[in-house]
Design a protein around this ligand. Structure first.
Ligand SMILES: NC(=O)c1ccc[n+]([C@@H]2O[C@H](COP(=O)([O-])OP(=O)(O)OC[C@H]3O[C@@H](n4cnc5c(N)ncnc54)[C@H](OP(=O)(O)O)[C@@H]3O)[C@@H](O)[C@H]2O)c1
Length: 214
């Protein structure tokens, strides 16, 4: 597989622009879309993620090697499953009823990403970035080998997609911790000890390994 060069981000808010800034700093080309026309977000992006290209969602999906979902989960049904089929897709979205409103399909769901994966049938979905706050993505990225480097978990059913996302995570400043199939994303869902904890690799591996063994 050729190395991903273009990162597309759906969602120009806190998480979307934090990932955009990290990806730009790592040398990726970055395209960003929201639900508005590109012309409406291009000026804001000049301040929030200088260098990122504002596009419409269809163009972001078509032109990117990895597509990051950084929109409110309540909007997931607006995602074009046909266009995303075959694409490497990172799902950062969490279900939080106070902001998303009550969404029956996520109430009691083991992992919101499994519901999203059902909608995006054919996409090479990888769950990641969801357990880290946007301020951590911005503030806690470190070069490889830095003793203070934080770890990022990832899970997905496509091993090649996981490998590509792991390299992306590594390049933008975090140690990837690959836990295997998408069902294992339950281990770093909202409400777990891992969520928001900012663990280093050995700590995250231990926390997720213990959960997998249980
Ligand atoms: N905040 C965090 O620290 C954090 C951490 C991990 C994961 N997350 C997850 O990341 C996602 C985004 O959170 P956030 O805090 O970045 O939210 P946010 O600041 O409110 O940004 C959401 C962005 O999504 C855009 N958007 C809305 N509907 C869209 C659509 N249909 N297609 C494309 N873009 C759309 C919004 O712009 P328009 O309304 O103008 O389109 C806005 O730019 C959420 O699912 C959240 O659970 C958040």
């Amino acid at each position: 597989m050729t190395e991903p060069k273009v990162i597309g981000i759906l969602g120009a808010g806190r998480v979307g622009t934090a990932i955009a800034r990290r990806a730009l700093a790592a040398g990726y080309e970055v395209r960003v879309a929201s639900s508005r026309p590109a012309s409406e977000i291009s000026l804001v992006l000049q301040f929030t993620a200088p260098g990122a290209i504002a596009s419409d969602a269809a163009d972001v999906i078509a032109e990117s090697d990895i597509v990051v979902l950084a929109l409110p989960l309540s909007k997931y049904r607006s995602l074009d499953a046909k266009a995303l089929a075959g694409k490497i897709v990172i799902d950062t979205m969490n279900y939080w009823a106070p902001t998303d409103g009550t969404l029956p399909e996520f109430e009691g769901a083991p992992s919101s990403s499994e519901v999203v994966a059902d909608h995006l049938e054919g996409a090479r979905l990888v769950r990641s970035f969801n357990h880290m706050g946007y301020h951590q993505i911005d503030g806690e990225a470190r070069p490889k080998g830095d003793p203070d480097r934080r770890a990022m978990a990832l899970a997905g059913d496509d091993a090649d997609a996981r490998a590509a996302v792991a390299r992306f995570i590594d390049r933008i400043g975090f140690d990837p911790v690959d836990v295997g199939g998408l069902a294992h994303a339950r281990g770093f869902a909202i409400g777990t000890p891992v969520f928001g904890a900012g663990m280093r690799r050995d700590e995250l591996q231990a926390a997720l390994g213990a959960r997998l063994a249980a």
